[in-house]
Write a protein that binds this ligand. Structure first.
Ligand code: UT7
Length: 330
């Protein structure tokens, strides 16, 4: 391992479908209200994939945009990681379709299943490959087509989810002040049923009964996820700051998984961290799981909120249970 080499973010890109489902649309579908959804989650609208699109096609476009921003051709990539829990197919991986569609003929490609933490897990893993000198042009994607796994009869969960994809290119740098400075990853399988998709896997293969029983949709213990999320969001922020010896003044932006405005606010308030340094776009996208951080990162870069030299913290938690953080200097 060459500790002189770090993984620098050289390009960011995202793709979000045009179609929008507003809270008013949900008022016509389930027993809910714009007021309840806004107060409890902060969500106003979310994007929904077009019929002709899916996880791989959204990822391919996000990946193409990230490569363009990095000034490389996708054919130069040597690694593609796609963080997703809504893969194109169970077999092969979404990453292999993306590799084909990008023409990245020399790239190794695999999916990473860590739910909402998938993108941050991917950043951590790709950084280690770069530091070890194994790969030098890595595309890390977070992408979800959650609306195809959402039970629109379950008002407790259906109002949360949206679709989209985001991606970054990581490349080696010898500048020690740049790139991925620190990462942390954790899991606790005891919380397997906090958020899960019961059928369609080896444990419970698809059958007429599983379809009838709505077992191909995401199930969620909302309140339990809420409590876990508050604790972990707070822990991740504190851990990343301590590990890199950072105060709030040293940080330009925290990009948290966009899960619920109350969870995000609560973590910041408990640590006395200024909310204006925490990126929030859940109002326009809902919860897009692994895609939420790279979509937000792309927006923040394009809006000029962060750029060359910015210190950025990425923090996420999700099904598994999993949680992960990364400290990155752009
Ligand atoms: O990336 C991780 C994915 N998971 C999450 O993001 C979930 C994290 N959890 C949450 O964001 C929150 O727990 C929710 C937004 C899902 C729910 O908010 P809450 O404040 O925890 O509400 P609750 O589940 O305790 O339910 C409160 C009430 C219940 O009614 P009663 O029993 O008090 O009469 C629910 O039936 O709100 C009711 N309710 C709704 N009412 C209107 C649940 N969903 C809805 C709805 N519209 N959509």
């Amino acid at each position: 391992m060459n500790s002189q080499i770090k993984a620098a973010v050289t390009g960011v890109g995202a793709y979000v479908p045009d179609k929008v489902l507003t809270n008013a649309d949900f008022e016509k579908m389930v027993d809910t209200s714009d007021e309840w959804i806004t107060q409890r989650t902060g969500i106003k609208e979310r994007h929904v994939v077009a019929e002709s699109d899916s996880t791989a096609s959204m990822s391919t476009e996000a990946g193409r945009r990230a490569c363009r921003a990095a000034g490389i051709d996708p054919s130069e990539l040597d690694l593609i990681i796609c963080g997703t829990i809504t893969p194109e197919t169970l077999c092969p991986s979404s990453a292999c379709y993306i590799q084909r569609d990008l023409g990245a003929t020399d790239a190794a490609a695999f999916d990473l299943s860590a739910a909402c933490s998938g993108f941050v897990y991917g950043v951590s893993i790709a950084s280690r490959f770069i530091e070890a000198g194994q790969f030098s042009k890595c595309l890390i994607i977070g992408a979800e087509t959650l609306t195809r796994f959402t039970d629109y009869d379950d008002r407790g969960s259906c109002i949360l989810f949206g679709d989209g994809a985001g991606a970054i290119v990581l490349q080696p740098t010898t500048d020690p002040t740049k790139g991925v400075q620190y990462t942390v990853m954790h899991a606790d399988g005891n919380g397997w049923d906090y958020i899960w998709l019961p059928a369609g896997g080896a444990k419970l293969p698809a059958s007429q009964q599983t379809v009838t029983d709505h077992l191909h949709y995401l199930k969620m213990r909302g309140r339990d996820v809420y409590k876990f999320a508050i604790e972990k969001m707070q822990w991740l922020l504190a851990d990343c700051m301590t590990a890199c010896n950072l105060s709030a003044d040293d940080i330009d932006l925290v990009v948290p998984h966009q899960v619920n405005i109350r969870i995000i606010k609560s973590a910041a308030e408990k640590l006395n961290f200024p909310l204006e340094k925490v990126y929030v776009n859940i109002d326009r996208y809902g919860n897009t799981s692994a895609a939420s951080i790279p979509i937000a990162l792309d927006e923040a870069v394009r809006a000029g909120r962060i750029g060359d030299g910015s210190m950025v913290l990425l923090i996420a938690f999700g099904a598994g249970l999993t949680w992960a953080g990364a400290v990155v200097r752009l």
